[in-house]
Design a protein. Sequence first.
Length: 389
Amino acid sequence: MPKSLPRPKAPQTVAVSSGIASDAAFGAITPPIVLSSNFAFGEFGASPRYEYSRTANPTRSMLADAIAGLEGGAGAIVTSSGMAATDLVLGQLRPGERVVAPHDCYGGTYRLLEARRAKGHFDVTFVDQGDPDALKAALEKPAALVLIETPSNPLMRVRDIRAIAGLARTAGARVAVDNTFLSPALQQPLRLGADFVIHSTTKYLNGHSDVVGGAVVMADEKDIEPLGAWANITGVTGAPFDSYLTLRGIRTLFARIERQQASAAAIAVFLESHPAVRAVHYPGLASHPGHALARSQQAGFGAMLSFELKGGTEAIGRFARHLQVFTLAESLGGIESLVAHPATMTHAGMGVEARRKAGIDDSLLRVSVGLEAEADLLADLDGALAATG
Ligand code: PLP
């Protein structure tokens, strides 16, 4: 009888069990952290797997394998931040080549693209990727890379990864998707045609707001060597301690995100019917323009949302001052609930004109829903909204 193939493990199992009970030295269940910056060659002329931790480190490799496994990739490079991960992909471009990027992306990504363009490293076309004609027009000229961010930060716009990847491929461009807002628990862009997935592991993957980190996952084995070599050349690889914490965070990724998105859904429904709120952006709402698309390409709607407050900047100030459970802070994806004001915080560096074009209004607030009791979160928002009037 032919031998049956081993059954592939469910992603929840991959998240929990990556590296568990793999320690050959002591049989430790939790894999030990290897902090050493350098490793013994053993013999003259040998080329051991680990030589120097900028190049490769056992704890970082374990994290890379876990993230690659969750995304269904051939491999991953773990970087020192999400921006370093984006820059690692951008670092493959040459002067004269072009990136087609969303006009409404994370402010730091926008700033990075503009800064590298200003130095002549490559050209950039910012486009509304929700407008198929604008996207087709942007891809009529040769492009090397199409960058996608879905759902977008902070407006939660959902982009069709499969369709955009198809257009990009016809134009000869590679495709990178920033999957930070959903994590591989809810979206796997490589399965939808992307070449690269970018993560700020600072967010859901680590999940505890105590690490700044990033990762690039490659669909094709051929991309592992050049990106790995570039990460080593530029020295953007992540630290072992951060890798250890992030791997520990990943073990609870599914449990966290399932609970967090349930509270986010309840909050979105609550905000949608509140008289002090002008608009709510959450793909889980049937009223959201990307609802059907999100349903088809995501495994859940996630725990991020944004909303627009009536009453201008004054109302924002009153709302923020009255919050007791939510904290006014940047970042997202941690166990604690946060509110951010993109115009003055995460997207301040984008500038007024670029924010206007992207539709990021001064009345917009971004919410990262954490693990506190749903009733406390709803009561906190209710109290703060009552103070805006
Ligand atoms: N991508 C997205 C969608 C983000 O929201 C962020 C940070 O907020 C980044 C990338 C950058 O990540 P990091 O802050 O880890 O550099």
